[in-house]
Structure formats: structure tokens, C-alpha cells
Design a protein around this ligand. Structure first.
Ligand SMILES: Nc1ncnc2c1ncn2[C@@H]1O[C@H](COP(=O)(O)OP(=O)(O)OP(=O)(O)O)[C@@H](O)[C@H]1O
Ligand SMILES: Nc1nc2c(c(=O)[nH]1)N=C(CO)CN2
Length: 157
């Protein structure tokens, strides 16, 4: 199964934490990291006053089940010291599943496509860089069609 993920960090050495998360992802069993986007510096979305994020997206190929893959990314978040305090608040690392093939999953622990991905340019801009043709299976639109220009999402590296 092809999985599209987004990642973000806004506490501590953001770039280092993203690199560590991607290294750990590369070591997950039966999983290959296919493509990683550039990093983008993004203004915080959602109303919580907090520092800017570094965000990006990646393409992963895995033969794990969707829940086993979620378990692995949640383990990586915990290993990198992620604490769940403020909803939508600051985090050392956040890994979200955006798309899994063309699956629509409504599970208590996993909603795919990610319910907010189509309205978040900090997700769509990095994803459009690496997967413009990927299709949102509920909206039936490609990422290229969903993405819009946003001056608050700036190419970083
Ligand atoms: N597509 C998904 N990717 C990652 N987690 C998901 C997904 N769908 C549901 N979840 C569930 O969401 C829960 C909360 O995740 P998390 O704390 O990362 O939310 P958040 O990052 O604060 O908000 P958001 O989901 O809007 O990014 C997790 O425990 C996970 O089981
Ligand atoms: N720019 C930006 N804003 C956010 C982010 C994020 O990754 N980037 N994550 C959030 C919680 O999921 C809330 N707000």
C-alpha cells in the first residue's frame, strides 16, 4: 500500500527532530521511504498562539496493515518525546497519515483521508511538490487541484 504522510515540528531543533523521525520511519519493518518533500516554514494554524512549524510530506510504501502502520508512527512520536498536552498545540514531532491508496477508513483511531488535509496548505503545498497526481478519494480531486497559494507556507530547505 502507498501511504502519504505529513510531518511537522515546532519545538526545539525542528529539523533534527524531523530527520530523526524520517530515519526511524526508514527502519520500520516491511516499509520503504520513497520520497520526501522539501521543508516548509509555516505559520501556526488553528488559533493556539505558538511558534512557527517546519512541515513536510513523504511517500511511503508498506505492506503493513493501516493500523499496524499507525502503531509504528505513534511509536516514533513517543520515542521523540511527543507529549499530548494542548489540542492543536506545540509538538516536537507530529506524524499524520494523509492518504492510504484510495482507501476510505473510518476507525476510532484512524481516519483516512485525514479529515482536515484538504483545507491545510501546510499539508497540501508539500504534498503537491511530491505527489500532485495523488487523488483524494472522497473529494475525487487531485492534490494539484486542491492546493492553493499561501504566503504563510514558505520554502525553507
Ligand atoms: N489520519 C490520521 N493520522 C494520524 N492520527 C490519526 C488519524 N486519524 C485519526 N487519528 C488519531 O488521532 C489521534 C490524535 O492525533 P494527534 O494528537 O496527532 O492530533 P492532532 O495532531 O492534535 O490534530 P490533527 O489530527 O488535526 O493533526 C491519534 O491518537 C490517532 O489515533
Ligand atoms: N502550521 C501548522 N499549524 C498547525 C500544525 C502544523 O503542523 N503546522 N499542526 C497542528 C495540529 O495538528 C495545528 N496547527
Amino acid at each position: 500500500m502507498r501511504v502519504y504522510i505529513s510531518f511537522g515540528s515546532n519545538i526545539g531543533d525542528r529539523e533534527q527532530q524531523i530527520n530523526e523521525a524520517l530515519n526511524k520511519l526508514q527502519q520500520v519493518r516491511d516499509t520503504e521511504l520513497v520520497t520526501v518533500s522539501s521543508l516548509y516554514e509555516t505559520a501556526p494554524v488553528g488559533g493556539v498562539i505558538q511558534d512557527d512549524f517546519l512541515n513536510g510530506a513523504a511517500i511511503v510504501e508498506t505492506s503493513l496493515t493501516p493500523i499496524d502502520f499507525l502503531n509504528e508512527i505513534q511509536r516514533i512520536e513517543l520515542e521523540l518525546g511527543r507529549e499530548r498536552k494542548v489540542h492543536w498545540g506545540p509538538r516536537t514531532i507530529d506524524l499524520d497519515v494523509l492518504l492510504m491508496d484510495d482507501y476510505i477508513i473510518e476507525h476510532e483511531r484512524l481516519n483516512v483521508p485525514h479529515p482536515y488535509m484538504h483545507e491545510r496548505s501546510f499539508v497540501l503545498i508539500p504534498l503537491a511538490e511530491i505527489a500532485p497526481e495523488a487523488v483524494h478519494p472522497i473529494l475525487n480531486k487531485s492534490i494539484k487541484e486542491l492546493v492553493t497559494v499561501d504566503p504563510e507556507v514558505r520554502r525553507y530547505k
